[in-house]
Write a protein that binds this ligand. Structure first.
Ligand code: MLT
Ligand code: MN
Length: 309
């Protein structure tokens, strides 16, 4: 299986357009230790030829241009992108669908809940339903991703719910502290090859690691995981916002209830943070926080990162 990180940053990207935090300033000044990153998405392929996007970020046009594997190859209209799998309806994960307009055959996979959200928003009809099939995926049921010609991609995904929150733009404050979130709002993907072996997990948004999630991930060969914030009150401490990570549905990297601690004894071969907020010090290659994640056996995803598993 081939994996290409298209974007490693959280919503807003790194640097976020309106952010003047020192982290963002360093990225904007092209500091080599503060590499810019586009918004969260990866591309996955069984054969290195045909690719599926896991989430479609608002930066997708740039991501396609930056990754030659996604360039048109055959004839006057062509794309190696055969489909998209969505893990939630966050703006940073669905807005890129609008870049895939025009009459290009594609397969779109998401939970019924997220498909409904797209259907309720008629702008997403730019993905002409005559060419783009919407496939509702069910929690805990393996799905073999199909190319538009009906053939198997060689990629199987098992979607499962993880703790999280409905997308910010869909929050309903009248529905209580969880804003009306349901299980299908935030999913993770276990990715298997055609032989049924688990190849990796993709979890760009997650609020907690309950025991059943830890059990699922134990011994996995590779996990991409939510690296949004270093500490829960990072945006408040940095004077750039009023929200905590918990309020946004993201657990933090550090601390006793953080990700490094939750993963410490899970025996996972390769652990990679993705969906990293513009304020997170792990983005800086010379920061003590980056040294701490490296020391704990974690990598920090960057745009263009290539993995073969
Ligand atoms: C998130 O991951 O919390 C969202 O992408 C935030 C947002 O929509 O800006
Ligand atoms: Mn996000």
């Amino acid at each position: 299986m081939h994996i290409r990180v298209l974007g490693a940053a959280a919503g807003g990207g790194y640097p976020q357009w309106n952010c003047n935090h020192p982290n963002s300033r360093r990225a904007r000044s092209k500091d080599p230790a503060a590499r810019q990153r586009t918004q969260s998405s990866i591309a996955v392929s069984a054969d290195g030829v045909d690719w599926f996007l896991f989430n479609a970020s608002p930066d997708l046009r740039q991501q396609i241009n930056d990754n030659d594997v996604l360039h048109p190859k055959d004839g006057l209209r062509h794309s190696p992108i055969k489909g998209v799998v969505l893990t939630n309806a966050d703006v940073d994960h669905v807005a890129g669908l609008l870049n895939l307009r025009e009459s290009q055959p594609l397969e779109l996979y998401a939970t019924s809940r997220v498909i409904q959200v797209l259907q309720n928003n008629t702008i997403f009809n730019v993905l002409n339903p005559q060419f783009v099939d919407r496939h509702p995926i069910k929690l805990d049921e393996p799905v073999s991703l199909k190319k538009p010609d009906g053939s198997d991609s060689g990629i199987v995904v098992v979607p499962f719910a993880v703790p999280g929150k409905v997308a910010l733009w869909l929050e309903d404050a009248s529905k209580g502290p969880d804003f009306g979130s349901v299980e299908e709002d935030t999913i993770a993907l276990e990715v298997r090859n055609a032989e049924g072996q688990t190849v990796f997990f993709y979890i760009p948004g997650c609020a907690r690691v309950p025991d059943e999630l830890a059990d699922r991930l134990r011994g996995a060969p590779l996990v991409f995981f939510d690296g949004t914030l270093w500490v829960d009150d990072e945006m408040i401490r940095s004077n750039v916002g009023v929200k905590t990570g918990k309020r946004m549905g993201h657990m933090s990297v550090s601390g006793e209830d953080g990700t490094i601690a939750a993963f410490r004894d899970l025996g996972i071969d390769r652990k990679i943070f993705i969906h990293i907020n513009t304020t997170n010090p792990i983005l800086l290659e010379d920061s003590p926080e980056r040294a701490a994640v490296t020391e704990a056996g974690w990598e920090v995803a960057y745009d263009g990162m290539e993995i073969r598993v």
